[in-house]
Design a protein around this ligand. Structure first.
Ligand SMILES: N[C@@H](CCC(=O)N[C@@H](CS)C(=O)NCC(=O)O)C(=O)O
Length: 267
């Protein structure tokens, strides 16, 4: 179980809604998770209090950095959930989970042992698809709904990225497949951008943005490959999402992204 201290520096570079109150009240250590039917302390875990419109911040389990203790890790699914919370201005407490050594309290909440996990209406919910949908229903303003006819735009990029990343045969077509998906997306943005839903950022961007971030870092590291400069609309889209304050605050360090993909690539 994690009892390590959270340093203000580590979190101030990752989280947008840190409150401006003095440090001792901003950082605290919860000693129990309260769930219906469970009254005993489950564990100590580090949390960070955010400034709040709601009286109670939402509790979110997120991946802890593999390289820097007590810092947010490299999970694009967690980043998607945090971006959604940021865009909706919802306060949250992060509970960082060491996925290499999953604590008992976490496995009780998440039998699958996966992050992200969020507590909504006293229930712990896994899976970024389900979580973002639930957040949209419970907190509809501001709306992040992507119109159904646009919801699948860019949705094949991540799987083709994984195919190319894992490929050991340079002529097996996986690079071409990725390039083709990126080119189609570039064209879409040229005609419909700057975001998937035109001028408004929406759920589809918050899902794709972290994946593009991982793609660039992982392929740069493992394949010495980068998105061609000719895909100007895609480049500008990535930069715009990267420069969104919330994304800067919730993305992982590049070395953590590389470390996160190491086992997938190196087997
Ligand atoms: N479909 C899930 C995927 C979540 C997922 O795979 N999370 C990874 C971290 S990025 C995880 O928790 N893996 C478990 C482990 O590493 O043991 C979602 O969208 O939330």
């Amino acid at each position: 179980m994690s009892t390590a201290k959270i340093t203000p520096l580590a979190f101030s570079t990752t989280i947008k809604h840190l409150s401006l109150c003095p440090l001792p009240t901003r950082i605290h250590y919860a000693t129990r998770i309260t769930r219906p039917g469970i009254s005993q302390p489950l564990a100590r875990y580090p949390t960070v209090k955010m400034s709040s419109k709601l009286s109670d911040p939402l509790e979110v389990c997120a991946k802890q950095s593999l390289t820097t203790p007590n810092k947010l890790g490299d999970c694009p699914f967690t980043q998607r959930v945090l971006l959604t919370l940021e865009e909706k201005n919802l306060p949250y407490d992060l509970k960082l989970v060491d996925l290499k050594n999953k604590p008992e309290w976490f496995l009780e909440l998440s039998p699958e042992g996966k992050v992200p996990l969020i507590k909504l209406d006293e229930k712990w919910i896994p899976d970024s698809d389900v979580i973002t949908q639930a957040l949209e229903e419970k907190f509809p303003e501001p709306s992040l709904v992507t119109p159904p006819d646009k919801a699948s735009v860019g949705s094949k990029i991540f799987s083709t990225f994984i195919g190319f990343l894992k490929s050991k045969d340079p002529s097996d077509g996986t690079e071409q497949a990725l390039l083709s998906e990126l080119t189609v997306f570039n064209k879409y943005l040229e005609e419909n951008g700057p975001f998937i839903n035109g001028r408004e950022v929406s759920a589809a961007d918050l899902s794709l943005g972290p994946k593009l971030y991982h793609l660039e870092i992982a392929l740069g590291h493992y394949k010495k490959w980068s998105i061609p400069d000719s895909l100007t609309y895609l480049k500008s889209y990535t930069e715009t999402i990267f420069s969104k304050d919330s994304f800067i605050k919730t993305r992982a360090l590049p070395e953590d992204v590389i470390e996160g993909w190491r086992s997938k690539v190196e087997g």
